[in-house]
Design a protein around this ligand. Structure first.
Ligand code: MN3
Length: 207
């Protein structure tokens, strides 16, 4: 089997790089245990099926609603965490610039209004899931959230589009440091957002 297109990614920084906002222990367990398990189970679920021939994970996830639960859940978990590591960075935070900054202003009123909408989507997601900023098929920005390891690429998503920013609000993403205080974790997240990466995904989404 050719697995080169489905690789388990290294973190783009060391485990303690996002401290004090996200602690090293959480990052290590999240990457080596949780993300790794989604990847291994995803590979097991597609091995020796036609899905192996897909060009990329995204091409599989768009049909998630028609696929076995193991593919939807673990393929989603594999894709979502890969995105999550990349949209964070040490020395992140601040605000986006250029075209994305303009589009956020035009769509949501101001960066602050966007930030509040996204934070609320993350805080109000009941149980486990994700908050997202997406580029919709008509090239508009939207904030949405999905349960479990679903994402906006999936046919089953309420709002569909290309995810350019994602926040994991499963308890495993914050419990060691923040326990049940999800809103504090969401506030901290804004200090590590890698806007350069989000901007580059925005251009991919509209391109
Ligand atoms: Mn997670």
């Amino acid at each position: 089997m050719n697995t080169s297109k489905f690789e388990f990614p290294d973190l783009p920084y060391v485990y303690n790089a996002l401290e004090p906002y996200i602690d090293a222990r959480t990052m290590e367990i999240h990457h080596t245990k949780h993300h790794r398990a989604y990847y291994d189970k995803f590979m097991a679920a597609i091995t020796e099926t036609d899905l192996e021939k897909a060009q990329c994970t995204k091409d599989i996830l768009v049909d998630a609603g028609k696929l076995p639960k193991a593919v939807r859940n673990n393929g989603g978990g594999y894709y979502n965490h890969d995105l999550f590591w990349k949209v964070m960075a040490p020395n992140g935070g601040g605000e986006p610039s250029g075209e994305l900054a303009e589009m956020i202003k035009k769509t949501f009123g101001s960066f602050g209004d966007f930030r509040k909408l996204f934070s609320d989507a993350a805080a109000n997601r009941f149980g486990s899931g994700w908050a997202w900023l997406i580029v919709s098929s008509d090239k508009k920005l939207e904030v949405t959230s999905t349960p479990n390891q679903d994402n906006p690429l999936m046919d089953v998503a309420e709002k569909k589009g290309y995810p350019i920013l994602g926040l994991d609000v499963w308890e495993h993403a914050y419990y060691l440091k923040y326990q049940n205080r999800r809103p504090e974790y969401i506030e901290a997240f804004w200090n590590v957002v890698n806007w350069k990466e989000v901007e580059s995904r925005y251009f991919k989404g509209v391109g």
